[in-house]
Design a protein around this ligand. Structure first.
Ligand SMILES: O=C(CO)[C@H](O)[C@H](O)COP(=O)(O)O
Length: 242
């Protein structure tokens, strides 16, 4: 097991993520069943949570990815499956973009399907992020769309049509790993990253994409997050959805 980097050794960007993650611990109580998000910000949270667990905090975590499972396990955080605990008290997760009304783009790390299932099972979702993730309009970050690996060319065409009906147009890129191999999700699916640039009506786009056969899930999280913790140069801000 690798020792966690001391916060002093973190880059400024990582230090902000860690600050947001640390504030999220204020909302964790002993006895909670906790969804554990995926990504570099959620990783800080799991790291800090493990320190509290070592000091006696009693929680059970449900990870949203194999990566988070491996990290939490290695740090001694007690884990369970969503089948064992289908209702969670809280999920803490990162996001790629946070728009108005806390609509989110998620899935940059490829865990959007499990993340959305876990967020839907949780009574509350808290998003942790550095302040740069807050945007006036979603879409600069390419929207991850998880698809089955059958008929991808046809699925692409259907996605284009559905997106146009929601006022969006943009290139779909099949996600690859840094070594060039096609990226495969924990559930064995592919990801198309949609460069829509500007999503004027996230709820409509979400509904249209969900209707496309072959689309397993998309990274638009609507009405799921109720609190956002942002860390920026001016400190940490906690925002609650109206
Ligand atoms: O949705 C996610 C993974 O599927 C992440 O939460 C999102 O990509 C943000 O990651 P990071 O904290 O590394 O910026």
């Amino acid at each position: 097991m690798t020792a966690a980097k001391s916060p002093d050794a973190l880059s400024p960007a990582e230090a902000l993520k860690r600050e947001a993650a640390a504030r999220a611990l204020d909302y964790v109580r002993s006895g909670m069943k906790l969804g554990l998000g995926t990504g570099s910000t959620a990783k800080h949270f799991v790291d800090l949570l493990a320190q509290r667990v070592a000091q006696g905090l009693e929680v059970v975590g449900v990870p949203t990815s194999e990566a988070t499972r491996a990290q939490a396990e290695s740090l001694g955080v007690p884990l369970a499956t969503l089948d064992e605990h289908p209702v969670l008290d809280l999920v803490i997760d990162g996001a790629d973009e946070i728009g108005p009304d806390f609509s989110l783009i998620k899935g940059g790390g490829g865990a959007l399907l499990r993340e959305k299932i876990v967020a839907t099972a949780a009574q509350q979702m808290i998003v942790i992020a550095d302040a740069s993730k807050k945007v006036a309009r979603l879409g600069t970050f390419p929207l991850p769309i998880e698809v089955v690996d059958f008929g991808v060319a046809a699925i692409r065409r259907s996605i284009d049509k559905a997106a146009r009906a929601a006022g969006c147009q943009g290139l779909l890129t099949l996600r690859r790993r840094p070594d060039g191999h096609v990226f495969v999700t924990d559930q064995g699916h592919l990801i198309l990253d949609a460069a829509y640039l500007s999503i004027s009506d996230p709820a409509t786009l979400a509904a249209r994409l969900s209707e496309v056969p072959g689309v397993v899930e998309h990274g638009l999280f609507i009405n799921l997050a109720s609190r956002v913790i942002l860390a920026g140069a001016d400190g940490v801000t906690v925002l609650d959805r109206a």
